[in-house]
Design a protein around this ligand. Structure first.
Ligand SMILES: Nc1ncnc2c1ncn2[C@@H]1O[C@H](COP(=O)(O)OP(=O)(O)OP(=O)(O)O)[C@@H](O)[C@H]1O
Length: 582
């Protein structure tokens, strides 16, 4: 499907408006012929033949048609703008909905700046095409052919002389189109790179400043900015190469018309009035020729803009978001059977190897392991952010893949390591997963997460607006708000991925105690670096290089004198507690 067929699938929803606009465009284009024809008639009939009584109605018709034409043009311009805006609204909506359905595999490989470039610059190229370029093209084609027909009826030999130039214009237009297409595609790519860089720079501004890398960032920006400029210059060079020639050919038409037309008048092959009328139509040939270059540019820009948007709209999620007709309540048994996993963007690096375990509803599993051992990845398979490469994740004995994914995630909540808060009120951040949550329940859960006191101490309490990504809150406060958000969701399976790492041990111990109380009926997974966070768990697994190397309860693991025991000893040592004294 070419870009024009693709956009037509959206624009045809507004067929009514488009037909009306088309009728008005045709009416306007036909109306154009009135003024030059009457101009010629005034010369021949009023000035040369002395029929002065005809002048008033001729002038009245000229003014009348001009007024009607202006009204028509105004109306179809508004109609086209509406169709353009509506079409853009639909494409943007589809794109945003698509983004919501795409999985982590997509977001791992596509940069945010790239997506933003699609949602802004590319969208505008589409709007410009539908709202402006489309009717300009129709106008130009209509003007050109109307002029050819009318001018031929006035003097076909003169018209034939002018038409002789048009094949050259056709060839130039095609050549320009071919030269412009790759350049516009490169401009879009370059714009994406520039956008991504700026987006990352803004998101990472604290790191930039902390490491005083502003000069490096400026240098990086300058390079991309220069690349963008160069590509735009290349596009301008294409225009520079062809547009003056097209302009020149358009001007040549006037010279031919005057020279040859003058000769025809002198030799009485046509009247002066006819030549004036003929000359009056000349712009209807000129204008499309002059415009053709610009319109080709705009069409190529549109075509380049649609490529990435269509790629994004066509992106397939490996984990489709499907809806179900009935809601299946999850009780909380989680079983991993011979699970292996590697990330799609790095398939050479197996991350999890033959993972097997089972957790009963209401039980707590602790997960310990060195950094990069696969702990978060393991949890991401329960929430189905990814599916295992082989093996099965079973929830209540049923393969996780057989649950509608939104239903599953509705009952499995993860508090991620990298907490994200929206620039919204604390209240709206907390009830993000459960908009109907009872205020009493929210306060109770905030109490469990030890967040109630610091929230109510804030000037606007729960209505305090936090900055983007939770700016204005400490790391520990963000962690506690994120934990409250997960608890308010009241899931059957709760996953805490290093959720309390930023808290002091006393606060952590308090939260752990409260959590044990309220998660008695939930299956809970706790990823932790501190053994104190998981020692009460019903079972603990230790991961190393994606394999379970130890499993058991706290006491069983200590008795093994392995990795867990060593970690425990180190952590006690760090606290200045001798073994046996804890
Ligand atoms: N999107 C990804 N694409 C490719 N590899 C990844 C991706 N995410 C993580 N990995 C790799 O998978 C491995 C396990 O990562 P994971 O985040 O699960 O470890 P972890 O045990 O949770 O680490 P930490 O304690 O530091 O959070 C690491 O080697 C990491 O580099």
């Amino acid at each position: 499907m070419n870009p024009y067929q693709w956009i037509w699938r959206y624009a045809r929803r507004y067929k009514g408006k488009m037909w009306l606009a088309a009728i008005l465009i045709i009416g306007n284009s036909l109306g154009i012929i009135v003024v030059p024809l009457l101009g010629g008639a005034i010369i021949d009939q009023v000035i040369n033949q002395g029929h002065t009584e005809r002048l008033p109605w001729m002038l009245a018709v000229m003014i009348g048609t001009t007024l009607v034409r202006t009204l028509m043009r105004y109306t179809y311009q508004i109609l086209c703008e509406r169709v353009g805006q509506n079409t853009l609204y639909d494409v943007r909506k589809d794109l945003f909905n698509k983004l919501q359905s795409l999985d982590f595999n997509f977001f791992n490989t596509v940069r945010t700046g790239d997506i933003m470039a699609r949602m802004t610059g590319d969208m505008d190229a589409i709007r410009h095409f539908v709202s402006w370029v489309s009717y300009q093209v129709i106008e130009c084609v209509l003007w050109f052919f109307t002029a050819v027909v009318v001018m031929s009826t006035i003097s076909w030999p003169l018209m034939l002389a002018l038409v002789a130039v048009t094949p050259l214009i056709g060839i130039l237009t095609i050549k320009m189109s071919q030269a412009a297409h790759p350049v516009f595609f490169q401009i879009r790519q370059s714009f994406s790179r520039l956008n991504s860089m700026v987006e990352e720079n803004i998101s990472g501004n604290r790191v930039v400043k902390a490491f005083t890398q502003e000069p490096y960032e400026i240098q990086k920006f300058d390079k991309l900015n220069d690349d963008y400029k160069q590509r735009n210059m290349a596009s301008a060079a294409v225009s520079r190469r062809y547009l003056p020639v097209l302009d020149f050919l358009a001007s040549i038409l006037t010279v031919i018309a005057l020279l040859l037309g003058g000769y025809f008048v002198i030799t009485k092959q046509m009247t002066l009035g006819d030549l004036v009328a003929f000359n009056g139509f000349l712009w209807m040939l000129n204008q499309p020729m002059r415009m053709s270059g610009w319109l080709i540019n705009d069409m190529q820009r549109f075509s380049a803009a649609t490529i990435k948007i269509r790629q994004m709209l066509g992106a397939k999620s490996q984990i489709p978001v499907n809806n179900a007709d009935h809601y299946e309540k999850i009780h909380g048994t989680v079983e991993f059977r011979h699970v292996n996993f590697e990330y799609a963007d790095d398939p050479t690096q197996p991350v999890l190897h033959d993972i097997n375990f089972q957790v009963a509803p209401g039980q707590t599993m602790g997960i310990l392991g060195e950094t990069g051992s696969g702990k978060s990845t393991l949890m991401n398979l329960i929430t189905r952010f990814y599916d295992p490469t082989s093996g099965e994740v079973l929830i209540d004995g049923k393969n996780a893949k057989d649950y509608p994914v939104r239903q599953l995630r509705d009952q499995v909540t993860i508090v991620m390591q990298d907490q994200f808060l929206f620039s919204d009120t604390i209240k709206d951040n907390i009830n993000y997963g459960n908009r109907q949550a009872d205020p009493g329940f929210i306060h109770a859960m905030a109490d469990v997460a030890d967040a109630e006191d610091f929230i109510t101490d804030m000037p606007a309490g729960y209505d305090t607006v936090v900055g983007e990504r939770g700016v204005g809150l400490s790391g520990g406060q963000k962690q506690r708000i994120s934990l409250t958000r997960a608890l308010v969701k009241d899931p059957a399976i709760l996953i805490l991925d290093d959720t309390t790492s930023a808290l002091d041990m006393e606060t952590e111990a308090k939260i752990q105690k409260e959590l044990r109380r309220i998660t008695a009926d939930k299956t809970t997974f706790i990823i932790a670096t501190r053994i104190s966070s998981i020692r009460q768990a019903d079972q603990i697994i230790v991961l190393q290089h994606g394999r379970i190397i130890e499993r058991g309860t706290h006491d069983e693991l200590l008795a093994k004198h392995g990795y867990y025991f060593d970690t425990y000893q180190k952590q006690l040592g760090a606290l200045g507690v001798a073994p046996g004294e804890e």
